[in-house]
Design a protein around this ligand. Structure first.
Ligand code: ATP
Length: 304
């Protein structure tokens, strides 16, 4: 068949995305073993998106967040966030990046807060370190606590707050220096489902009201069910994405799952598809008018 004319070539991969992961590899080397935590991961996140990252334990989710946070460096590949090339930062740039460009919320609220500081004081802490004037610090801390629905915790220390309140204050701390990217690693992991929904709703609020781009790692199916885009990581690579449309009057919300194709054209076929048609080693590809066919080549299997 005649191929349609090729579209113009892409500009630089993800040239207008806020987050660009291009073939990112992270290998942990210990004395006895080598673990490939990220194995050529590609990911683009646009400014203003809120995405969920899901995947089995050990698939590389936390490694990805640590790389994006600038606290871990990839072994190979490119990572760019808001124009900062994370594989090429000087010490000073690294400090600036972690202080101003990204905010991080960890699963354990205790690691986000300080036991002897009140909510207002702990939200002001990153601003003090950044040299923000006292009056601005106090006003911004109050505004953030208010936006996150925890203004009543202003003068309370962590022990005087519930788990959900602690995590909402943690989000305020992460947003103190107005980062462009907010990263959250299982922020609802230690909460019951009702409290988890409140914390997740707070993440949606900051995404909507402050325009922060949010990447949240979660095991919580309810969370990934509420975002427009869920990216699944398998064996250190992005393997599939679910895109959801919002419910509009009359039309129900829809969710559609897509396989991810990398820049070299590689797509991972789900195991159940491969098993159903006994697809192994080699397959036949054929281009049709609006799709590509993949067929078993079992008749020729066994060839060298
Ligand atoms: N510092 C490290 N040294 C050695 N191996 C590591 C290190 N950190 C992570 N790994 C390994 O890298 C792989 C990916 O780990 P990672 O923590 O990113 O997975 P995850 O998807 O976040 O898992 P979980 O959902 O359990 O938190 C795992 O096999 C893990 O054991």
């Amino acid at each position: 068949m005649t191929l349609p004319p090729a579209p113009p070539r892409d500009r630089a991969f993800g040239h207008d995305a806020l987050v660009v992961c291009d073939n990112v590899v992270r290998i942990y080397q210990t004395e006895t073993v080598e673990v490939q935590a990220l194995q050529g991961l590609d990911l683009l996140v646009d400014r203003g998106e809120l995405i969920a990252v899901v995947g089995a334990s050990g698939s590389g989710k936390s490694t990805l967040l640590n790389v994006l946070a600038g606290t871990d460096a990839p072994t190979a590949g490119k990572v760019r966030v808001a124009g900062h090339d994370l594989t090429d930062l000087t010490r000073t740039e690294q400090v600036h990046y972690r202080r101003h460009v990204v905010g991080f919320v960890r699963q354990q609220a205790a690691r986000n807060l300080v036991p002897y500081l009140t909510a207002a004081q702990v939200v002001q802490l990153p601003m003090t370190i950044a040299g923000t004037p006292a009056r601005t610090r106090a006003t911004r801390a109050d505004e953030l606590l208010d936006l996150l629905g925890v203004a009543h915790c202003r003068d309370r220390r962590p022990v005087e707050m519930s788990g959900g309140e602690q995590q909402r204050v943690s989000i305020a701390v992460a947003l103190a220096n107005d980062p462009q990217l907010l990263l959250a690693d299982e922020p609802t992991g230690e909460l019951d489902s009702e409290t988890a929904a409140e914390v997740f709703s707070a993440l949606r609020t900051v995404n909507r009201e402050l325009g922060a781009t949010v990447v949240v790692v979660t095991h919580d199916a309810a969370v990934s069910g509420q975002v427009a885009r869920t990216v699944a990581i398998r064996d250190g690579r992005t393997s599939s994405e679910v895109l959801r449309s919002e419910e509009t009057d009359g039309a129900p919300a829809t969710a559609e799952e897509y396989a991810v194709m990398d820049r070299a054209g590689r797509v991972q076929l789900p195991r159940e598809y491969r098993e159903a048609l006994a697809l192994t080693r080699r397959v036949r590809l054929a281009l049709a008018a609006d799709h590509v066919e993949i067929r078993s080549s079992s008749d020729r299997d066994g060839d060298a």
